[in-house]
Structures are given as structure tokens and as C-alpha cells.
Write a protein that binds this ligand. Structure first.
Ligand code: TGC
Ligand code: FAD
Length: 394
């Protein structure tokens, strides 16, 4: 079992660090240090066991990874969007499943409560979600509605002071151990609303999904609602319609656009080091032009993606980032990271398929990341729609 020293050094070919504030660097470096100490020593075992190590939750809260941009009045650190991006980059450098847990908690659970919730809901849930005392999940996808969530069939009926919820969600990150689920379902008129469904509510179960060869260090499950009575005070009052869950996705996709670069950085960092240490034909393999081509193209693509997400972060800080810009960045970063992981795998030769190195794990993880939060195709069609004004979905 791999338990080697984590020698990751970061990748900054265009001196992007010069654009960061002291606070950004401090946040990034603390997260990097935490990942080296707490994640790297056990990630390969967690991956093999297909278990999310729950002992990470407290530390994630302490480094500010749960709702970094949530204001202080709700117990959050009130950081900017570039800080959020840097945190996701460092976590996904450790493992995409780790970043998933932080993405879901921040952008898919805390964000909708903060943006669409009542004052009571914010005060009840946000501080505990921020520390990790409470863990949440986000139920949008259904067995028959993945890319097309607007077709969902989960629904609820009015029953006085509560509603009765029926339906099922699948592929839900953190479902097996979440304390609370933000669930999207239709009312009797067919309008989509967000409901806060708590573990322990009658008729609510969260079976674990097994058999993943990707994102194994993240627990994935179903959400099953069999006549679940949900108090009306648990419905998010301030936004409804498909735009409500899609607004959360904008925030999560933004985080992934940074996160996937972290996975690519780890693959490149490992491949560069390996290319200098591995000797064949009496020379380090890094001296061969074919290996240099791979490495040079990897660092070029990482740098291009870094510049895109940094600018996107500035736009997000100014409240100007569009859904289409976020789609382009999510798609570009994940596609780039997948290609980098495949090239890095080749540079490591046979060792690249083992858990002595992080490459194959990142590569397998990225096969989930390229599908969830909108597939590679869906994001291309969002860009296509934006530039042509023509909707390919309808
Ligand atoms: P469409 O008709 O285009 O839009 C419906 C309404 O929503 C509005 N809207 C948005 N609002 C806010 N933010 C956005 N990003 C928005 N995009 C659209 C839109 O203006 C409209 O509003 P209104 O008032 O006119 O009703 O919707 P559509 O049904 O044609 O679908 C468009 C499409 C395909 C792009 C969308 O459905 C989509 O993005 N599909 C992909 C689904 C997806 O990404 N699912 C992710 C599930 S969560 C997940 O994967 C978590 S993984 C977590 C982890 O582990 O990290
Ligand atoms: P489908 O929508 O069936 O797509 C299948 C293929 O058809 C894809 O290649 C797609 O690009 C293509 N396609 C679909 N429509 C079009 C079109 N109009 N034009 C061209 N091609 C098209 N969901 C949640 O709600 N919460 C979660 O926490 C969550 N976590 C996840 C964790 C993991 C590990 C995974 C793998 C998924 C998770 N998901 C979650 C679900 C994820 O969001 C969906 O898998 C994703 O949206 C795609 O849906 P689908 O798998 O049903 O694919």
C-alpha cells in the first residue's frame, strides 16, 4: 500500500501567485499543508476501501472549506471567490472525492439555504454546516432525469402544515451519511421547489450505491421518499423553478473549474519528478524529446486553464460571471485534467497504473467529474447556445 512522502510543489509557470493577495496565499498554503498531513497518507487505502474518511470532516471545517464565501453573520469566513477556487484546487489535488464533499456542502447545500432560505433556516443550518457538525447532500438527478432535470418526477402534495413528498433521487454524493438533503421536487402545479429533508423523517431512506470504479473515496447513494411528511417551514421560500437548482450548479461548477486543475497539477508534478528520476538507456527519461513534449504540453495546458479560472474568479467577485462562462471553464478544466492525467500515466510507464502514484486514481475520478455537474456535451451546448443564440436542447 502506498504511503510515500507527498512531495507536491504546485505549478505556477506564469507567476499567477503574484496576482494573489497574502490572504489567498495563506488559505491556499494551509489547505495544501492539511492535505499533505491528513489526506495523502490515507487516500489510497480509502480509495481501495471505497469509503470517505469521516475524520476529514472536522479539518475541512477548520480550513474554511465548507461555505468559504458564507458571511460571518451565518458563521462563515466571508472569503472571496478566488479563495473558494484555491481551496477547491488544493482539495482536488488531494482527491476529487474530497473536493466533492466540500463542493456539495458549500455550493449545493449552504448556497441554496443562504440564497433562497428564510432567516430561521439560515440560522438553524448554516453555522453547523460550516463547521461540519452537520453534513448535507443535494438531490437533483433522478433515475430517468440526469442531463434533463426539468423532467423530474419527484413531487409533493399539500397536507396542511406540511407536505407529503414522494419520489427518488440517485447518484447523490454524501447521501449515505448526510444529516440533511436539499431536495428538488415539483408541487401540484408542476413548479420546482427546494425542500430541506432531514435524516430521521418518516419514509426517508438513503441506500448506498456500490460498484463505482471512479470517485471511490466519496460515498454516493440514493434518496428515497415514500410519503415523507416535510414541514412547510422546511421549504426554501425565496426562489422556485428550475433556475433555483441551476443557480447552485453555477457555484459548484465554478469550484470544479479550479478543482480539476488541482488534479492536473498533481499528475504533472508527479510526472515531472518521475521523468528526472527514472533512468532508461542510461539517461533520465525526461531527457528524451518525446517525454519533454508531453511535459511541455501539460504545463502549457495547466497554465491556460489557471489563467481562465483566475479571470473567472475576478468576474465572480464582481458578480459578473455568466452561466456560459462558468460552463466553458468547467468543461475546459476537466477535459484538460483528463488529458494531462493520461499523458502522466504514460510517463510513469507501468508504475503509472499502481497506487504508488496518484495518477490512475485522478484519472478514474475525473471520469465522474467530466459527467457530473453537467456533462462535457451539455457544457458545449451551453456555450453553443450562448454564442449562436440557438437552443440545441429544445
Ligand atoms: P432552461 O429552459 O434553459 O432553463 C430553465 C430556467 O432556469 C434558468 N436558468 C438558470 N438560472 C440560474 N442559473 C443557471 N445556470 C441557469 N440556467 C438556466 C433559465 O433562465 C430558465 O428560467 P425561467 O425563469 O425562464 O424558467 O432549462 P432546460 O430544461 O432547457 O435545461 C438546460 C440545461 C440542459 C442546460 C440544464 O438542465 C442543465 O444544466 N443540465 C445538466 C444537469 C446537471 O448539471 N446536473 C447536475 C446535478 S448535481 C451534481 O451533479 C452534483 S455532483 C457533486 C459533486 O460530487 O461534486
Ligand atoms: P444522461 O443525461 O443520461 O446522459 C448520457 C449521455 O447523453 C451523456 O454523454 C450526455 O452528454 C448525453 N446527452 C444527454 N443529453 C444530451 C443532449 N441534449 N445533446 C447531446 N448529448 C446529450 N447528481 C445530483 O443531483 N447530486 C449529486 O450529488 C450527484 N453526485 C454525483 C456523483 C457521481 C459520482 C456521479 C457519477 C454523478 C453524480 N450526480 C449527482 C449525477 C450527475 O449530475 C449526472 O450523472 C449527470 O448530470 C448526467 O446525467 P446522466 O448520468 O443521467 O446522463
Amino acid at each position: 500500500m502506498a504511503n510515500k512522502e507527498d512531495r507536491f510543489q504546485g505549478v505556477d509557470y506564469f507567476n499567477i501567485d503574484d496576482l494573489l493577495t497574502e490572504e489567498h496565499v495563506l488559505i491556499r498554503d494551509s489547505a495544501r499543508q492539511w492535505v499533505k498531513q491528513e489526506v495523502s497518507p490515507i487516500i489510497e487505502k480509502a480509495y481501495e476501501d471505497a469509503k470517505f474518511p469521516r475524520q476529514w470532516i472536522k479539518g475541512l471545517g477548520e480550513i474554511g472549506a465548507f461555505g468559504p464565501y458564507i458571511p460571518e453573520q451565518y458563521g462563515g469566513p466571508g472569503l472571496d471567490q478566488i479563495s473558494y477556487g484555491l481551496l477547491m484546487q488544493e482539495l482536488e489535488r488531494g482527491d476529487s472525492g474530497l473536493r466533492s464533499t466540500a463542493s456539495v456542502q458549500s455550493s449545493l447545500v449552504m448556497y441554496p439555504i443562504w440564497q433562497y432560505g428564510s432567516q430561521e433556516q439560515k440560522m438553524k443550518y448554516l453555522p453547523k454546516l460550516g463547521t461540519g457538525e452537520m453534513i448535507g447532500c443535494f438531490g437533483l438527478t433522478e433515475p430517468d432525469h440526469g442531463s434533463n432535470p426539468g423532467g423530474m418526477v419527484s413531487s409533493f402534495k399539500d397536507a396542511g402544515d406540511h407536505v407529503i413528498l414522494n419520489g427518488a433521487k440517485m447518484w447523490i454524493s454524501n447521501a449515505p451519511f448526510a444529516d440533511i438533503a436539499v431536495v428538488w421536487a415539483k408541487d401540484e402545479s408542476g413548479r420546482i421547489h427546494g425542500l430541506l429533508v432531514e435524516r430521521g423523517m418518516k419514509g426517508f431512506t438513503t441506500p448506498t450505491m456500490h460498484g463505482k470504479w471512479s470517485l471511490r473515496a466519496s460515498d454516493t447513494g440514493e434518496l428515497v421518499f415514500d410519503n415523507v411528511p416535510v414541514p412547510k417551514t422546511n421549504i426554501l421560500p425565496n426562489k422556485s423553478g428550475l433556475g433555483a437548482p441551476l443557480g447552485c450548479l453555477d457555484s459548484a461548477r465554478y469550484g470544479i473549474s479550479w478543482g480539476a486543475i488541482g488534479a492536473a497539477m498533481d499528475c504533472y508534478d508527479s510526472a515531472l519528478r518521475y521523468s528526472k528520476e527514472r533512468i532508461q538507456f542510461d539517461r533520465p527519461i525526461g531527457g528524451f524529446q518525446l517525454q519533454q513534449k508531453k511535459l511541455a504540453e501539460m504545463v502549457t495546458e495547466i497554465t491556460k486553464a489557471q489563467l481562465m479560472v483566475y479571470r473567472l474568479g475576478q468576474l465572480k467577485n464582481e458578480g459578473k460571471a455568466t452561466t456560459a462562462q462558468i460552463s466553458m471553464a468547467k468543461r475546459n478544466s476537466v477535459d484538460m485534467a483528463l488529458k494531462v492525467s493520461r499523458e502522466a500515466r504514460q510517463i510513469h510507464g507501468a508504475m503509472g497504473i499502481t497506487n504508488e502514484y496518484p495518477i490512475m486514481r485522478h484519472m478514474m475520478n475525473l471520469e465522474s467529474v467530466v459527467t457530473y455537474e453537467g456533462t462535457h456535451d451539455v457544457h458545449l451546448l451551453i456555450t453553443g447556445m450562448d454564442i449562436t443564440g440557438l437552443n440545441a436542447f429544445k
